[in-house]
Structure formats: structure tokens, C-alpha cells
Write a protein that binds this ligand. Structure first.
Ligand SMILES: Cc1cc2nc3c(=O)[nH]c(=O)nc-3n(C[C@H](O)[C@H](O)[C@H](O)COP(=O)(O)OP(=O)(O)OC[C@H]3O[C@@H](n4cnc5c(N)ncnc54)[C@H](O)[C@@H]3O)c2cc1C
Length: 574
């Protein structure tokens, strides 16, 4: 079904009306998960989304009605028994969503100037392959992956420390987390005596968080690799939008509501207590709880009146470094890529020095020879026919890049034409698009003569669609000085105002967004929902869920959820 032919309303049950117990700003997976958990626990929840499709970065989009592309879900782990599985299980969704596994013997393939490395699932297999590749570094590599595993094993028992943790007790339970968790990968690699090449292999998929090794917390990297090692890497059958559509089903089935085309322009606070929000157009909606999953800086510096912020907070928020943004090229190809590519992601690394590309980013320049991440939904999910016309393929090419407006040729003068119409921007975008295609052709052979659809999304595109600062999709940088307890908590100092999403403690990615949604719902309810789910709880009326099945379209279920009466009122007023 084409996006142009969509029905007027979403396909999930008729949405509820207020009064609301809680308002969630933003319908990314953090906001939808928080709302689903609250609704399934009896709260009346309203989710407000500025864009006209719900799902945030997990969205898919379609071109010409038959080419579907993923924005921000290319592969994930933890879907069978891990963190994502736990989140889905607690609201009755685990059996309703299908995940397709990537090649367990090489879900990622790193291509370096003089060798390739295929990443298998399972810590033992991974460590042995590293040792086979660098036999002279066997001891250092075993020590390094051993520390990653110890950290994750300790975290599974002791959890993440918070401000109430008794540090002595925590140290007894989690000594490796305490000694290594917040230090940098570079320190760990130095300690293990690793070479430049083996370091580059260990961080071959670090584009998944886009922080240079000198600032990457060991726990962040250990967590990323572990979530693939435990049970493999997966793609969601039908694309990322499927997760959002099922979460909306939970929200609507349990008396909540998701509204698109509903941009929050301010969060209202009276006498230090959050009281609701105001939307673009002036509509005011009251609720005693407001959860913002919008960009952290915009939440505190734009949506809240400076007069209601605790002293010094604006400076702290302003001082956070945003994560390095991505640029993504989407290609529709007139042949079946399965003929050329196994079920893997390629990571093309033109050099071994991982710091180098971030030096370009911080200098506000483009990397002339950027690393390229190559992934294809039609390779990962060949049995689902909705990705392309028959016999065709899609491929998505990504790299990390500078957000500097000058580099992108964007004139920030407010009187200038919209950025996407500016000549400098178009030239910069075309240039990086062609660089990424050059990289992909080194791995996949001629693509250019097969391209039937081509477009690119830049940091400016990310900001336009999700309102993120500096085009970042990973929130504030996941770095040693902004990680774990050093990231903003789910509770804020303003009573009734909570945070979730990529800039909070749970961090970025699909796992971070979804687990953060559960954490913020726990904070609102004053319960430990994750522990309750571990003990077997399933919240809400899962028997009444309807999403999925023959002919169901996740994208249609997530779009045009705007308030009809608000639209009529706007039309009358206009
Ligand atoms: C190109 C790309 C590739 C990625 N690949 C992967 C991957 O393979 N695996 C993985 O795990 N992660 C990946 N990610 C990261 C992952 O998609 C995100 O970290 C995660 O989805 C973020 O979820 P979120 O809910 O915190 O934020 P978002 O998804 O950004 O949601 C925030 C929502 O809030 C809305 N909003 C903002 N301001 C307002 C306002 N004022 N009023 C109303 N609504 C508002 C936005 O429009 C948006 O919908 C990728 C991301 C991108 C962009």
C-alpha cells in the first residue's frame, strides 16, 4: 500500500479522550514504550508527536508506494531472551513480532585495507576468531573480551549503580564494573597491549554509537557487543515501523491515545510542578505527569520557561556534547542484492586509526575517505515482499559526519532559503552521497547502473524530522564524561516532569530507547516494572490486541493519527 493512499485514520482501535494521567512528548520507541507500560498499568496516557507518522527514528518510509526504507532500525540484539524481549514480554508483544536472524557466523563483516573480519555470535566463537586473526596478541585479546564479559555478567546481577547504591556493597558484587566500567576503550586496549589493527577490529561496529575509542566507556562497548553475542543479531520482519505499530496497539487497546501532527511548544510548570503542555496552534492539555522524550536541550532550553528551571541547570544542559550525527544514503536497485551479498552488514574501514574520522568531525570537515556501513533490508528479510517491487533490492549506506552548518554549506541566516534549497547544501549532500556509493561499489561491484531510487538524509534532515540538536540521533554523546550515572536521570527536579529517550541513563539505540521507556514508567508509578516482568507479570489486556496479520500495514497503522476535531477547528479558524 502506498503512503499516498493511506486511510484517514490509523488502523488501531478508536482512540480515547482525556482527562489524562500522563502526557508523553514524542512517539519514538522510548515514548511509545513508556506510554504502553503506563496504559497497560491503568494510566490514561496521551502521546503527542510533531510529525505525521509515529515511531521517531524507528520509522520506515516509502517512495513511489513500493520502495520501503528504514530510518533507524537496521539490526538489534536481545530479542529472544534479552532486554528487548523483556520489554515486549511485559506487555504481551513478544509472540506478536517476528525477528529474522542475520548470519550467525558473520552478522557484521569488517573490510579493512588488507583483510576482512566476520563477527560471529557467541563470546567464545568471537574471541577465538580474534585470536586466530592476531595469534601474537592472544593473551591481550582474551583479557580484553574477558573484561567485557565480566562487566556484563556483573551488571546482570548487580544492576547499574545509582545515587542510592551502597558503594561498598556494589564493589563487592561488581568489581570489574567499578574498576573498568567508566574508563575508556583506549585505556583498556593499552592495558591489554593491543595493536592498532586488533583495536580496529574490536571497534569495527563502533559506528553503532559513534564515539571515538578515547572517549568510549568500556561498559558502553561491552554492552553493545554483548547484546549481539548473547543470541545473535536480528532485523524486525517488515521493518522498524512494526515495533512502533504494535506499541500503539497496546496504548490504544488500554485506553490511551497517540496523536500525530501535535507539536508541543511548551511544557507548563506552575509553582515548581508540571501541569501539562501547549501545542503549536495554542491548544492546552493538562496532566499531572509530563514525560519528555524530545531532544534534551530543546526540552530544557526551548520547551520550558527559563524562569522555572532550577539554578544552573540551563548551563549544565547547554554544556552537554551531542553525539556525532549520521548521514544515510538510500538506494533502490533493479536487481536482487542477495546474489552479491550474504546476510551481513558490511563495515568498510579505509584505515585502522579509529580516531581519525572523529578528528574530521570535530574540525567541522568532511572525511575525504569515510568509513561506510552497508546494510540491506531485502537481504536481511528476503521473505517479506513489501520492501521493493519483485526482483529488486534496497540498500542503506551510512557514515558519521560533522554537523557543522558551514561544512554543509548551510547559511544559518534566518532570511536565507530553507537549507535543503541552498546550493552549497545540495553540493555537499551530493558529494557525500557519491563518496558513500563509491565505498559501497568497492564491496558490492557496480551499483550506479542499477539505481532506480536515490536519496540521502543528513544531520539537517534528522533535525527537521525529530527536532534533535546538531542532527544527532544518539542524544548527548555516550562518552566517559556523560555516561551512566553522569547522564540525566528519568526524574527531573521539576515535580511531575520526567525524561526518557536517548540522552537519559538507558542510552541510545533501540535497546536504550525501549528499556528507558520501562524505566521512566517505573519512576512515574514508583514501582520496578522490569523486576515485575522478570517475575512473570504481563501488563494490560494482551488478549485484546489486534495489530498484525494478513494485509496489516505497520506504516498505515502509525500515520494520520491526528486529532480530527483539532484539524476541523484549525480549518474553521483558518
Ligand atoms: C540512520 C540511523 C540508523 C540507526 N540504526 C540503528 C540500529 O541499527 N540499531 C539500533 O539499535 N539503533 C539504531 N539507531 C538509533 C535508534 O533508532 C534511536 O536511538 C532510537 O530509535 C531513539 O528513540 P527515542 O525514542 O529516544 O527518540 P526518537 O526516535 O528520536 O523519538 C523522539 C520523537 O519525539 C518527537 N518530538 C520531538 N520534539 C517534539 C515536540 N516538541 N513535540 C512533539 N513531538 C516531538 C520526534 O519527532 C520523534 O518522533 C539508528 C538511528 C538512525 C537515525
Amino acid at each position: 500500500m502506498s503512503i499516498e493512499n493511506g486511510s484517514d485514520e490509523g488502523t488501531t482501535p478508536s482512540p480515547a479522550t482525556g482527562p489524562w494521567d500522563a502526557i508523553v512528548v514524542g512517539s519514538g520507541l522510548s515514548g511509545l514504550t513508556a506510554a504502553a507500560y503506563l496504559a497497560a498499568n491503568g494510566q490514561k496516557v496521551l502521546v503527542l508527536e510533531r510529525y505525521d507518522v509515529a515511531g521517531g527514528c524507528s520509522q520506515t518510509f516509502r517512495r513511489k508506494g513500493e520502495w520501503q526504507f528504514d530510518v533507524g532500525l537496521h539490526y538489534i540484539g536481545g530479542v529472544k531472551t534479552g532486554a528487548i524481549a523483556g520489554v515486549l514480554e511485559g506487555i504481551g508483544l513478544l509472540d506478536r513480532i517476528e525477528f529474522v536472524e542475520m548470519d550467525p557466523d558473520g552478522f557484521d563483516t569488517f573490510i579493512f585495507p588488507d583483510f576482512e573480519f566476520r563477527v560471529p555470535k557467541g563470546w567464545d566463537a568471537y574471541t577465538e576468531r580474534l585470536v586466530e586473526t592476531f595469534p601474537e596478541e592472544a593473551d591481550g585479546l582474551r583479557k580484553c573480551t574477558g573484561i567485557f564479559q565480566e562487566i556484563m555478567a556483573e551488571l546482570r546481577v548487580a544492576g547499574i549503580p545509582n545515587r542510592d547504591s551502597d558503594l561498598e556493597q556494589y564493589l563487592a558484587k561488581a568489581p570489574t564494573v567499578v574498576s573498568w566500567g567508566m574508563r575508556s576503550l583506549t585505556e583498556l586496549f593499552d592495558d591489554c597491549g593491543l595493536s592498532e589493527k586488533s583495536r580496529a577490529v574490536l571497534t569495527g561496529h563502533a559506528g553503532d554509537y559513534a564515539t571515538p575509542p578515547s572517549r568510549t566507556p568500556v561498559t558502553l562497548h561491552a554492552g553493545l557487543v554483548d547484546h549481539y553475542m548473547q543470541e545473535g543479531a536480528f532485523y524486525v520482519r517488515g521493518g522498524g515501523q512494526v515495533l512502533a505499530a504494535h506499541l500503539i496497539d497496546v496504548i490504544h487497546t488500554n485506553g490511551g491515545r497517540v496523536r500525530t501532527h501535535a507539536e508541543v511548544t511548551s511544557i507548563e510548570v506552575e509553582e515548581g510542578v508540571a501541569t501539562g503542555v501547549t501545542l503549536e496552534g495554542g491548544e492546552q492539555i493538562a496532566a499531572p505527569v509530563v514525560i519528555s522524550t524530545a531532544d534534551l536541550k530543546r526540552t530544557f532550553l526551548d520547551l520550558l520557561d527559563p524562569a522555572v528551571l532550577p539554578e544552573g541547570l540551563a548551563e549544565i544542559v547547554d554544556g552537554y556534547r551531542m553525539a556525532t550525527p549520521l548521514v544515510c544514503v538510500y538506494l533502490g536497485l533493479d536487481f536482487d542484492l542477495n546474489e552479491r551479498m550474504p546476510n551481513t552488514n558490511y563495515w568498510l574501514h579505509p584505515r585502522y586509526d579509529d580516531e581519525r574520522s572523529y578528528e574530521y568531525v570535530s574540525a567541522g570537515e568532511f572525511d575525504p575517505d569515510p568509513p561506510v556501513y552497508i546494510t540491506s533490508a531485502t537481504v536481511k528479510d528476503p521473505e517479506w515482499t513489501g520492501h521493493t517491487p519483485p526482483g529488486c533490492s534496497t540498500v542503506e549506506l551510512m557514515t558519521w559526519t560533522t554537523p557543522a552548518l558551514e561544512a554543509w554549506g548551510v547559511d544559518s541566516d534566518e532570511t536565507a532559503p530553507r537549507y535543503s534549497r541552498q546550493e552549497g547544501y545540495r553540493a555537499a549532500k551530493d558529494n557525500i552521497t557519491e563518496l558513500l556509493i563509491d565505498g559501497a561499489e568497492k564491496v558490492l561491484g557496480d551499483l550506479r547502473s542499477h539505481i532506480v531510487w536515490k536519496e540521502a538524509a543528513t544531520p539537517m534532515t534528522q533535525t527537521r524530522y525529530t527536532g534533535s540538536s546538531e542532527g544527532s540521533c544518539y542524544g548527548i554523546e555516550l562518552a566517559t564524561d556523560q555516561f551512566g550515572p553522569l547522564r540525566p536521570d528519568y526524574r527531573t527536579e521539576i515535580e511531575g516532569l520526567y525524561l526518557s529517550g536517548v540522552s537519559t541513563r538507558s542510552g541510545h539505540g533501540i535497546v536504550g530507547a525501549m528499556t528507558g521507556g520501562v524505566e521512566v514508567a517505573s519512576a512515574v508509578l514508583g514501582r520496578n516494572l522490569r523486576a515485575e516482568v522478570k517475575d512473570g507479570a504481563v501488563f494490560g489486556d494482551s488478549g485484546a490486541l489486534t495489530a498484525g496479520g494478513e494485509g496489516w500495514d505497520a506504516l498505515e497503522a502509525c500515520r494520520r493519527l491526528q486529532d480530527k476535531s483539532a484539524r476541523k477547528k484549525a480549518a474553521l479558524a483558518g
